[in-house]
Structures are given as structure tokens and as C-alpha cells.
Design a protein around this ligand. Sequence first.
Ligand code: GMT
Length: 407
Amino acid sequence: MKVGITCYPTYGGSGAVATELGLELAHRGHEVHFVSYAQPFRLTSFRPGVFFHEVEMMPYPLFEYPPYSLALAVALHRVTLDHALDLLHVHYAVPHATSAWVAREMLRADGGDVKIITTLHGTDITLVGQDPSFEPITRFSIERSDGLTAVSEHLKQRTLDAFGCDGRRIQVVPNFIDPSRYDRENTPCHRGDLVRAGERLVMHISNFRKVKRVDDVVRVFARIQARVPSRLVLIGDGPERATAVQVAEQEGVTDRTMFLGKLESVAELLSCADLFLLPSEEESFGLVALEAQASGVPVVGSAGSGLDEVLEGGVTGWLHPVGDVEAMAASGIRVLDDADLWIRTSNAARERAAGRFAADRIVPLYEAFYEEVMAGGGGRTRGTDAGAPGANGTLEPGAEPGRGEAG
Ligand code: GMT
């Protein structure tokens, strides 16, 4: 199949998932064309069957807000025509689903066509997409997609609650990892550069938006390090960094806190972490928590959103109510203090990540969904939608493609 993929190229989960998916698809023989305003941050080297098309924007003094959505629509239209794409798979609804719809309207005006699949990732539904300035067009655009996927049951439900989606079926396809990239034993680790002998390494990775509650990361760490000699390593950057620095000062842990900035290759750092903190307000999935688990790192985070589907509470990590820094710290101290518990949790985390969320199991679910959409399905909810296992729009990881809803 020839697939166009549009995503945000910047540091973040949706761009990471879109890029890894494109690379996996190319590996399986598909031709993949990325279309975005910059090279996605995980698309770093040549891969056969993978192409990147930069969206060109004409600078013009009249534009205080250059119309990127239109330029993207033009690029999607052009790339679809030039490379005879079968489908456009856009990640993050705002504004990508709208640009894809415009591109398809332009194609149809000339007798052409292309299928559109939109993958909902998180704040495109839970935050940005619901803002009154975007809500009607988010609803319109996702309803015009030929297929919709969401990265968790939690996000699917949030989408139905917020947008109703007029009976459209939303296929849940969880995020995935390549287990061989997160091999704790064999990955070179920089532990000696990050902590001293006898200290434990606590880690957080994100784009430091408010939703990530990076201030809580620092508060939880401060309580942990009062009991267990440890250091906090923060990877990423964003608007809440200044707050995190301030809270570290207030809590008296500045000298035990290190900000490493936006690093692309997180596997080698995760492989030397002892604990991962993700106390977000909400996570539709929490890809980074999956990456941490794949690296054998116990995770402590917030309950009540998509993280519940990624972690097995009490087995691969611990989830507590949003903002409950005391409970999160208590779980962190417990697992760092108890070597047997740490080993059990670390092994369980690795097994869960490699067992349920391996690329080999999840990517075929996308391929099956592509086939279904190309065959004209993927849109309306079917009569079988309620009740039967796997008939609620979810393909269980490991389900045989073609046998579940998508078949
Ligand atoms: O929706 C966002 O907040 C942006 C997005 C990103 O690019 O960072 O993150 C979301 O998509 C990821 C990949 O599917 C998920 O793992 C994250 O949980 C999700 N973020 C939120 O829901 C806050």
C-alpha cells in the first residue's frame, strides 16, 4: 500500500508513534510518505521505502498567523497525486484531519480520491479539540474521516462523550514499542554520569506542558530523596520547565535535579533508570510509560486515564489519584527500598510491554484496519458493536488481524 502520514514533527508522543508506525510499515513492504512542516524528530536516517515531503509555506508580511492548514492540504493533495497514494493516515486531529479532508475534496473535484484515517492521540480530543475555537471543525473533520482510531479505550470514551461522533466506529489500536530497542542488559548506560555509587536514579520524560504536572514530579522526588539517596533526571523541555526549576528550589532539591533537554534517544537513558514518574493530569495512553516499562523501569503515575491500560497497577507500577504526591512518593520509596520488589516489578514491566505492546502485534492491527477502510469499511458502527468481546471497536493486542472487528 502507498500511505501518506502526517504528524507533528516536534518532541511528543503522537509524532513518535506516527514515525515508528511509518518505519514499521516500510519494513513490511509498504511505501510511506511523511508530509509535515519539518522532519519528524524520530525520522533521523535513510530507510528504504520512506520519503519525507516538507510543507512549503510562503512567508508574507500580511500573515500574522500563516495558514499552515491550507499549505498542508496543498502538500497532501500534491503528494497523493504525484505518488498515487492509497490513503492518508493523519495523527492528531487538529488540524491534520481538516487538511486531509480539504486535500480529498480537491482530488474529488478532479475525479480522484483517497481514503483518510485519523488517529486520535490525546489533547486533540481532551483539550484543544474541545476549545470553542476548534470544536465544530474537529467534529466535522473526524466525522469525514473514512476510519478513526484511538490509542486507548479511555480516549475512545472521551471522544464519544465529547463529540458523540454520530455513530462512527472508533477502532482502539494501542501504542507500541520494539522490545529489542529497550534491552536493559545490553544497552549502553550512562549511570555513572548521572548518579553516584549507592544512589538511585529517578526519571521523567515529557514535553513539560501543564498537563504533565512536572511540578508534581519534583515534589514526589523531593519526598523520595528524603528517604532514599537518589537523583532526578528530567528529559524534554517545554513551558513548565521554569515552574519545575522553582519547585526544585522550594523543595531544596536543586542540586539533586538535572535537566537534560530534548534528547531523541531515550532508550539508553531509560535503561539506567530505577523509577519513572508520570503524574499527569491526564494521559490518553502514556507512550513514555510504555517505553519505561519496556526498559524494565517501574512506573509511578496518575490513575484514572489511559495509563490504567498501559500499567498493571501493583504489578508493573503504581497509580494514584492525580495530585496525590504523598501516595506516589510512598510507592516510589517502597519499590526503591525493597530489592526483591524492584526486581519483580521490573521483570513484570518488561514482560507486559513486550507481550502486549510489541510492534509485531500492534502494527498488523493498523494494516488490517487499512485493508478494511480500503475495502469501504471502517466507518459506521456495526450491529455487532455491543456485547461480544472484541466487537466494541477494539482489536485486542495479539488478536488475529482479519478475525476481529477489523476483519
Ligand atoms: O495529545 C497530546 O497531548 C499530544 C501527544 C503528543 O504528541 O505528545 O500526546 C498524546 O499522544 C501520545 C501518543 O499516542 C500518548 O501517549 C499521550 O498519552 C497523549 N498525551 C496526553 O493525552 C496528554
